[in-house]
Design a protein around this ligand. Sequence first.
Ligand SMILES: [Zn+2]
Length: 352
Amino acid sequence: MEHGERVDVRKEPAPRKTAGDGSEPVRQQHCAPYSPRTTPSATGADTDLRTDPMSSLWLGFDTESDVTQWAYEPGLPVSAAVLEESLAALVRLTEILRAHQVKATFFLVGRLLEVAGDAYRVLLQGEGHDLECHTYSHHPIHAGHPLSESPAEAEKSIRRGLDLMEQWFGERPLGLCAPGGSPTGLRRQPEILRVIWEAGLRFVKSDNLASSETPMLPSRIHPYAYAEEGYPDLWRLPGVGWHCTLTLPRAPGDWTPRPVVPGGPPFPHAPRTPEDHLAWVRQELDYVRAHGCQFSPSWHPWSLYRFDPSLTVVDFLLTYAREHKMPVKTYRQVYEELAGGPEPVGGPGRLG
Ligand SMILES: [Zn+2]
């Protein structure tokens, strides 16, 4: 289980700045615009949005190996079996992306690049995908998690991860996926935000975990900037929906939350078959489309692959997006929309 915390999001205050008019609460019944180009219906009521581009799919994959290897420590071996699985999953996933002619974001763990960077490069470079950072060690970086690193340790892990990304892919990422996630992201944690900002990062997928009932945030959560902490140009992008590692067999006594879809009853149990998984994703997507939300699942190639080596759910997701005219975006694209245009890689930052 990647997420160790169980926190009730209902107790969390809403951050101030969103991608809307700057005053909307992040959590609300219906989705607000995340970009100036979107125009929600006046009522937010269920409508047929088959030709409305208001909803989109933000396609990103946390690219690691079996998370029972929670931390990737230098010097400790990376199991050949899980590495092979991680790479086999990427082979299948990139085939599907190619067939659908879409680009995705891959947030890569640095330790895996250290041991198999060439294999990841062969699979991912030259395909036009968005390649971003998932730290070096995969330790959580937010305060309050028992396994979290100190800001100083996190800085080393982030910078080492960025160095490895640059070494293997020739470009320094602008985006970070914070391992483990947190229901409130990195709000009111200026020290780690400073580390992220000074490392040249401009967007971070840091809000993932929801509650004891469901592992991820519901899809009505909005992006926002860390303005309150002094970083108005550092954007937080959410991960939503069901967490794919929970489709794998659970040990007795393990946390076994049921998938919860906003606006509908929870599924009686975690997906047990690919068909179960598709049913959940379809319900979530129907909700997203009806309410003008954005769908940004935090999926992991290795666990999707272990559950179903065909990765049927990814093919289903992209087929659904095409049929319903939902734009498919990388996280970098979303960031650029929010920030008002591409920012030069490595360019100087602005402190608010
Ligand atoms: Zn991860």
